[in-house]
Design a protein around this ligand. Sequence first.
Ligand code: SF4
Ligand code: SF4
Length: 450
Amino acid sequence: MFRLFDSLKTFPKGGVHPPENKFSAGAAIEELPLPKMVHIPISQHIGAPSEPVVERGEAVKVGQIIAKSAGFVSANIHSSVSGKVAKIQNMIDSSGFVRTVISVRVKGDDWEESIDRSPDLVKEISIEAKDIIQKTLDNGIVGLGGAAFPSHVKLSVPRGKKAEYLILNGVECEPYLTADHRLMLEKADEIMVGAQILMKALDVTKCIVGIENNKLDAIEVMSQKAKDYEGISVQALKVQYPQGGEKQLIKAVINREVPSGGLPIDVGAVVHNVGTTYAVYQAVQKNKPLLERVVTLTGKSVSKPSNFMVRIGTPISELIEAAGGLPEDTGKIISGGPMMGKALTSTDIPVAKATSGVLIIPENESRRGVVEACIRCSKCVGVCPMGLEPYLLMTQGEKAMFEESENDRVMDCIECGSCVYECPSNRPLLDWIRLSKVKVNTIRKERAKN
Ligand code: SF4
Ligand code: SF4
C-alpha cells in the first residue's frame, strides 16, 4: 500500500484552502477539433514580444515559425495550424490588453516534416546540455504554469550560481483546474524523460516532483514511474494554496527560503511546471514546437467539464461549445483559476501558451461583495504567504505612498489573492497592490536611469 501520510510537507507561512471543485479530474485529455480560424498572439510570454516573420496571404504549416524571439527574454512563436495568414491585427487577449495576433484561416492539417508525430516514447537523451537550451529556445518553450517565463532563460544558470535541485511543479493548487493532473496521469513517462533532459541541461542529479495529496492517483502513477528514472522522486504535499508559487514550493519541498528580491537559483533550485517539462520532452526528443497545450474547461453549471488538447490561438468559444455550450446562468468567464485568473471580456479571446483553464462562474457567485471599512482583524496578514501587510499596502496605494510601499516590500507580492479571499470586509486589496507594483516598477526604472 502506498504510504504518504507520514511525509506531507507544506510551506509554513500563510495560505488558504478554498473549496476544490475539481469536476474535470476524471475527464481524460481529449483532442479539440480544429477551429476554422486561430488568432496567435505574438506576445504570449514574459519579455519582449516576438517579431512576425510572415505576411498576410502567406501559406503556413503546423510547426512553422511565424514570429521570432526579439531578445534574450523572449520566445519564438509557431503556427499551430496549417492554412493562410488572413490578417495581422490587434485583439484583446486574456490579460485585457490589446495585443498583435497573427490570424490564420485553417485549411487541412499539414505539419512540418521535421516533427516526429509518432506516439513512441524516446527515452535515450543523445544531446548535449547547451543544445538542450537551444532546442527550448528554437521551439518556443515557455513556462506553462501561468507565468510564461521563457524556459531557455531559466535553464541558463548565471555565472557564479549553481543549481542543485530541479523541482517539478505538479501542485496544481488552483481550485477547479486539472490540466496538470491529467497530464501526470496520461504522460508520466514523457514527463520523466523531460525531467532528465532538464537535469542534464542544469547539470543536477536530484529532481523532486511536488504534488498535492488531493491527487493521490497522480502521486501513485508518478512515484511508480520515478523508480525507472535515476535521481527523480515524488514529494506528496499537504493541500495549501498558493503552494504552486515557486517560493512556496521550494520552501515546502527542500525547506530553503528564497530571499526577498531573490530568485530560486539563489538557493540552488530551478522550478519547472510538469506541463512545461512535457513540452521540453516534445521539443528535444520529437522536435515539436509549443503549438498546443492542455486546457481545462470547467464550472459548476458546465454540462461536460473537460480537459482538452488545444491548438494555441483557438478561440475560447470553441472550447465552450465542445464542453456542452455556455450555461444559461453564466455570470463570468475566467481565464485561469478562481484565485489568480482574469475575467474575459469576450469568448473570441484565443488560448495562449499560458492558458491553463477556462472557468465559467454562475451569476449568483460572480458579483463582488459590498466593500466595507477595514475592521483591523489582520486576517489578510495571517494568510499572506509572503509575510506582507496587505491592508497597509492597500492604504499606501490609495494614498499614492509608493516609496513607503516599496519599503514595505510590495514587489514581493505574488498576487495570489489569498488576502482578498479571506477579507471579511471585501476590501479590493489586490487591485491597489497591483497598481502600487506598476508604480514602484516605474520609479525603479527611473532611478536606474539617473
Ligand atoms: S499581499 Fe500579495 S502575496 Fe500577500 S496574500 Fe495578498 S496577493 Fe497574496
Ligand atoms: S482582512 Fe480585511 S478587514 Fe481584516 S485587516 Fe485585512 S483588510 Fe482589514
